[in-house]
Design a protein around this ligand. Structure first.
Ligand code: FE
Length: 330
């Protein structure tokens, strides 16, 4: 009997003291998160397991699994997606001094349901062989008839463009925003399914300018440095600045490991983790006081939009979709 007790007791003891895994459901690609979670485990001894998939499919899984869901954190890209998860009632309001301190107000949910963890800019890419110095000015400027037959856009179905148009509505008012997007559509040569296709069309001379997320530019340039492509930072002078968005995450209401989930989010937003987390996808750190990578630095500095609270990207999403439909932006 004692012999068996001696065998069993240490097992029971170790189960009790072992911290539970934190489980993350994420639409981020595995190679962008794997190492950062490993680093967390190394520093804290807490394991992070994850499931990857499309944001909408993961939200469906979380709903279907209900209270039995193993997920503790939902992590995705674009405030529009994060806002949607919050609106569906999936995210717990988290109060954290550290998260508030590290993440600027406009890059997190006002109710603490989600937090930005890395920043990407949605800006103008151009072909320097086709575009003259001084021609580019603002997002609004691309609606001018001088860009007719020179603009390439990504589909309006993508949340990135819905959030961009939401920003225009917020900054310019619905009427002016509609005129701008209508002008874009008039000037557009072709609508593409993704940002990389837009960039390739600009480099190939099919059009002269496009609107893309910065990390797609970084990835393509890394692969093909010879491509005739540059980034331009619009709306810098007497204007609202470059449209920025985030990748981010929130703690799930159905999590039975909320304390540990919050700890992981706090760590991800910390200076120490940000260097790897933001840089692995050529993104900007969530806090501009943290160092950025040499690659993003080489694209030049810019004034980001700080007046547009990313929560509004969600709140205005419906209006943005409607506006784009009305001007026949496919
Ligand atoms: Fe993306």
């Amino acid at each position: 009997m004692f012999k068996y007790m001696a065998l069993i007791l240490p097992i029971i003891f170790s189960i009790n003291t072992l911290a539970k895994d934190v489980v993350v459901y994420t639409s981020r690609k595995e190679h962008l998160i794997k190492d950062i979670f490993k680093q967390y485990t190394k520093e804290t001894g807490i394991n992070v397991s994850y499931k990857t998939g499309k944001a909408a499919a993961l939200i469906q899984s979380i709903k279907a699994e209900g209270d039995k869901s193993p997920a503790d954190i939902f992590m995705t890209v674009d405030a529009g997606n994060l806002w949607f998860a919050g609106k569906e009632g999936l995210l717990e309001s988290i109060s954290s001094k550290e998260l508030k301190q590290n993440i600027p107000f406009n890059l997190r949910d006002e109710k603490g349901r989600w937090f930005g963890l890395s920043v990407r800019a949605r800006t103008i890419a151009y072909n320097p062989e086709k575009v003259k110095e001084g021609e580019l000015t603002t997002y609004e400027g691309l609606a001018d008839s001088k860009w007719k037959g020179r603009l390439c856009l990504r589909t309006s179905k993508k949340v990135y463009n819905q959030s961009l148009v939401a920003m225009l509505i917020s900054e310019l008012g619905a009427k002016k925003a509609k005129e701008v997007v209508k002008g874009w559509v008039k000037n557009t040569v072709e609508i593409f399914p993704n940002d990389t296709a837009v960039l390739k069309a600009v480099a190939a001379g099919q059009c002269d300018v496009g609107i893309v997320n910065t990390y797609y530019f970084g990835r393509l340039k890394k692969k093909s440095p010879e491509l005739s492509l540059k980034l331009f930072w619009p709306n810098q002078n007497n204007s609202y600045g470059v449209h920025v968005n985030v990748s981010g995450a929130g703690v799930l209401k159905t999590s039975d490991n909320k304390k540990a989930a919050k700890k992981l989010l706090e760590w991800l937003a910390s200076r120490n983790a940000q260097e790897s987390f933001a840089q692995v996808n050529m993104e900007y750190p969530i806090n501009s006081r943290y160092p950025e990578s040499e690659i993003t630095k080489s694209w030049g500095s810019f004034k980001p939009n700080k007046s547009f609270n990313l929560s509004s990207a969600g709140k205005l999403q419906k209006d943005a979709i409607k506006l784009m439909r009305e001007v026949d932006y496919k």
